[in-house]
Write a protein that binds this ligand. Structure first.
Ligand code: SAM
Ligand code: SF4
Ligand code: SF4
Length: 386
């Protein structure tokens, strides 16, 4: 085995994965699958959640996502013509909603870098489920532009935001975003979002051992009683460029233990099926959940897979449909769309694609033999959207 393909070597290349064309048979009217809002995959998982990546660009270089060595000034970002337009995104989203999607999350890259994102939000806010309900419309952001943009996002119809924040300590935060961005500006963005009512706000902290795990307790103390839900995310082996090692993962059970030592917690029921976070509430002096103190969540993508209830589809910036964060191929909906597909044909293609879904990478991760080639082909988080 050559050194390049040794299981210990992590290739520092970004993979632009190959795409799958939508088969002709799925496009034809004779095969129509009429949407009834109850589309299930091969494992009985219903389509409920659509994540739409609106840009592959970002103003941060978080080492676990877009390491500087790979995403440098020569990195070939997507040209504008490759991006789905707002009209194309809305048209596709409409078909997904007919098939049962109730929640849309805009992501990226950094979604607030997409020009006139509020125009897209305005369009998506007009969509209704088959029962006539508005969508749960949200966005994940690094918060750097939130202070300025929060009022316009709210006015356009965005309901809430999730803000990624990996540390409160300014030096640690600057090191993690790797562009020397000050934490105070993100905190000001979170305040601005809170003031305009983009809530309930969730705060996502990716925990990496030896990098920011000392920030677990300061973050918990800071957000306790704030009405915002802090969620601790296990560092994942997405993509091929972040040099992921299991040793860097802080298991959620350890996060809970560390917080419990100072701030007693009690487990809470999941709020809805397909919820990725396990919820824990702060307890009062009698050991009972205190809603005033609020709750935290842990997302144990590595140590406790939740594939069995994963109801998410992912649409990339250039219109590829992915069925799993760890997939290495997506279906090319953009070519199909730009080839004058009717709404019925689009809807039909989505139905066929989801019906054939069998993905459950995290459940299989532990059982898989090391495959040095897999990492190189796997799609990047900044491309597919988190
Ligand atoms: N730029 C926006 C942000 O950071 O919130 C949205 C896109 S980012 C890819 C979405 C989420 O993925 C963020 O909360 C980020 O922390 C998380 N993420 C990125 N790489 C990750 C990794 N290797 N493991 C776990 N979470 C990761
Ligand atoms: Fe950018 Fe978000 Fe990735 Fe950080 S996690 S590099 S903010 S896309
Ligand atoms: Fe869903 Fe894939 Fe993550 Fe499993 S590994 S929870 S199927 S995205």
């Amino acid at each position: 085995m050559s050194e390049r393909f040794s299981p210990k070597v992590i290739p520092l290349v970004e993979a632009r994965p190959s795409t799958l064309a939508v088969p002709q048979a799925w496009q034809e009217s004779a095969n129509l699958v009429a949407p009834n809002g109850l589309l299930s995959d091969t494992r009985g998982r219903q389509l409920r959640d659509l994540r739409i990546s609106v840009t592959d660009r970002c103003n941060f270089r978080c080492n676990y996502c877009m390491p500087k060595e790979v995403f440098d000034k020569d990195h070939p970002y997507l040209p504008h013509a490759s991006l789905l337009s707002f009209e194309e995104i809305t048209r596709l989203a409409q078909q997904f909603v007919q098939h049962g999607v109730q929640k849309i999350r805009l992501t990226g890259g950094e979604p607030l870098l997409r020009k006139h994102i509020e125009v897209l939000i305005g369009k998506l806010a007009t969509l209704r489920t088959p029962e006539g309900h508005p969508l749960d419309l949200t966005l994940t952001t690094n918060g750097s532009l939130l202070q300025r943009m929060a009022p316009a996002l709210k006015a356009a119809g965005l309901q809430r935001v999730t803000v990624s924040l990996d540390a409160l300590d300014d030096a640690v935060f600057r090191r993690m975003n790797d562009v020397d961005f000050p934490v105070a500006d993100v905190l000001a963005g979170i305040d601005a979002a809170h003031r305009v009512g983009l809530g309930p706000i969730k705060i996502n902290m990716v925990v990496k051992r030896g990098t920011n795990d000392q920030e677990i307790l300061p973050m918990a103390r800071h957000f306790k009683g704030s009405s915002m839900v802090l969620r601790f995310i296990e560092y994942m082996d997405v993509g091929a460029t972040n040099g992921w090692r299991m040793d860097d993962v802080v298991p959620s059970a350890e996060v809970i233990r560390r917080i419990q030592a100072e701030l007693p917690l009690v487990p809470l029921e999941a709020s809805n099926p397909g919820e990725t976070a396990q919820r824990w509430g702060y307890a009062d002096a009698t050991g009972v959940y205190d809603p005033q103190a609020g709750e935290i969540g842990v997302i144990s993508s590595v140590t406790q897979a939740f594939c069995h209830e994963c109801n998410r589809a992912r649409l990339t910036t250039e219109g590829q449909l992915y069925l799993c964060l760890f997939a290495n191929q997506g279906y090319d909906l953009r070519s199909f769309l730009r080839g004058n597909a009717t709404d019925a044909a689009l809807s039909n293609a989505i139905a066929h694609i989801w019906s054939g879904r069998a993905d459950r990478y995290s459940e299989l991760r532990g059982a898989m033999a090391p495959d040095p080639g897999t990492g190189a082909r796997r799609v990047e988080m900044s491309y597919i959207g988190g």
